[in-house]
Design a protein around this ligand. Structure first.
Ligand SMILES: *[C@@H]1O[C@H](CO)[C@@H](O)[C@H](O)[C@H]1NC(C)=O
Length: 459
């Protein structure tokens, strides 16, 4: 059932009141909007020509209360790179996340790699070293690298080397060394500590604006796996899962290698303190840990003795192998996709695994984003990344024209999460979300979704 929309008669009324209040406030000259025009914040969509005209230095910025600041977040997702380091680097450069040397330049952006770094190409060592080096750089800059296991990581861990190239084995100095590196050695250690199965990444990660009637996020934890995104039960549940009431807590997306279906989510053992995200990560890590102590070495596939939840997890219904969102007819899946989004409390589902050689594929109005574009030269597909850009601006900081155009847009697209409770500008935020496919080799980026809405925080 879709959430009940607000009585449509209240919307024009709200708009009218918003216009009136905004106009009065604007004309009074004492509002931040007027100041914002004189010193447009960097997020402004239409930069007026009057700045940077003369050589005179810009007048000093007036300190604004933190509640009036715009908030930005960028999330970039990179799909299956399969042994091709140069391709991965040029894609991340195109996305503004690394420089020519591969050093992090993404500031506080969040990069999610959805697995399948290994197999089909030779650069296994170089790629894992590269991401291992990038992670602390991103963290130091206030950003994050979220690394997910693909089915190929897990296959290699299990000893299933069907897709391993000769050059790959040679680069480790032989099978024995490679086996050791992947299990007890540096790559196996990285997988167990810094890789996860799935992540739920919110837009409001760092600086939660004060008056959003939401819990303040714990300060960024440093070091290994980024618990903020993994459904860690020791985090406030409203942050980890979204509490349903706060319009801002519906996270940007969940990321996984294969796909997460509502049927699989329903089959998960439920527990009040574990979110589905946390449970999937727990099961994946149980597999990694149990194989470490498996008698007689790697079993090549999941051992017969593995518990049911692990067998279901590693089946074609589970998050690492599922292809429903890529292969099934769009008319058939969108209701189920919607259900998965609701259960995870996310706006979109992002995944790799099933190649779309022409480019990133958006299905069900951008609720499904398929980002495996056959990046590796083993495939020769499109060199892509997915970019999610989010801006949250207090309505009071917007020039009048912008505030009005935004509210008109929002009225066509009723916000399912918020209550338009009254014309209180101080509680009104304008939210924009831009979902783009970025390409290298001179191909233009493509806008997949652009949404704008006005959100009034309930009192
Ligand atoms: C995991 O990531 C952290 C933070 O970047 C790093 O310090 C640590 O060495 C990594 N762990 C392994 C086993 O590589």
């Amino acid at each position: 059932m879709p959430p009940a929309h607000h009585a449509s008669s209240s919307r024009p009324l709200f708009l009218l009141t918003l216009i009136l209040v905004a106009a009065l406030w604007y004309l009074s000259g004492s509002n931040p909007a007027a100041k914002a025009q004189a010193h447009p914040p960097e997020h402004k969509r239409h930069q007026p020509a009057l700045v940077n005209q003369a050589n005179t230095p810009p007048p000093p910025r007036e300190p604004q209360p933190s509640t009036r600041r715009a908030f930005h977040q960028r999330i970039v997702a990179l799909g299956d790179v399969h042994g091709d380091l140069p391709a991965a680097m040029s894609i991340l450069r195109r996305a503004g996340l690394v420089d020519l040397k591969g050093h992090w330049t993404g500031q506080d952006a969040i990069l999610v790699q959805t697995g399948d770094i290994v197999d089909r190409g030779p650069d296994t060592i170089a790629l894992y070293r590269f991401f291992q080096g990038l992670r602390p750089q991103a963290e130091k800059a206030g950003g994050a690298l979220v690394s997910l296991m693909g089915n190929h990581e897990m296959m290699n861990y299990l000893g299933d080397w069907r897709y391993v190239t000769k050059e790959d084995i040679a680069s480790f100095g032989g099978e024995r060394n490679r086996r050791e590196a992947l299990l007890t050695g540096w790559i196996g250690q990285e997988w167990r500590t810094n890789y996860s199965i799935t992540a739920r990444v919110p837009y409001l990660v760092h600086h939660f604006p004060h008056d959003l009637a939401a819990p303040v996020l714990p300060s960024t934890p440093r070091g290994s796996s980024d618990r903020r995104f993994l459904g860690d039960p020791t985090f406030p549940s409203s942050v980890a899962s979204g509490d349903g009431k706060n319009p801002f807590l519906r996270a940007a997306a969940s990321f996984v290698h294969g796909g997460i279906t509502p049927e699989y989510l329903s089959s998960l053992p439920s527990s009040p303190s574990f979110t589905p995200i946390a449970t999937m990560n727990r099961i994946g890590h149980d597999i990694l840990e149990s194989l470490l102590h498996h008698p007689g070495g790697v079993p090549l596939s999941l051992p017969r003795t593995a518990p049911d939840e692990q067998r279901e997890f590693w089946s074609e219904r589970g998050p690492m192998w599922n292809r429903d969102w890529a292969l099934e007819d769009e008319n058939e899946i969108c209701d189920r996709v919607e259900r998965a989004c609701d259960m995870l409390n996310v706006r979109r589902l992002v995944m790799g695994h099933t190649p779309q050689f022409e480019g990133i594929l958006s299905r069900c109005d951008g609720k499904v984003l398929l980002i495996d574009t056959g990046i590796s030269r083993a495939y020769g597909g499109a060199h892509s990344s997915l970019s999610l850009t989010y801006t949250l601006t207090p309505a009071s900081a917007l020039p009048l024209a912008d505030a009005l155009s935004f509210s008109l847009v929002a009225l066509d697209d009723p916000t399912p999460d918020a209550t338009l409770a009254g014309p209180d500008l101080a509680r009104t935020w304008v939210e924009t979300e831009l979902v783009e496919a970025l390409y290298t080799k001179g191909r233009d980026s493509e806008t997949l979704v652009r949404s704008e809405r006005v959100v009034v925080v309930p009192e």
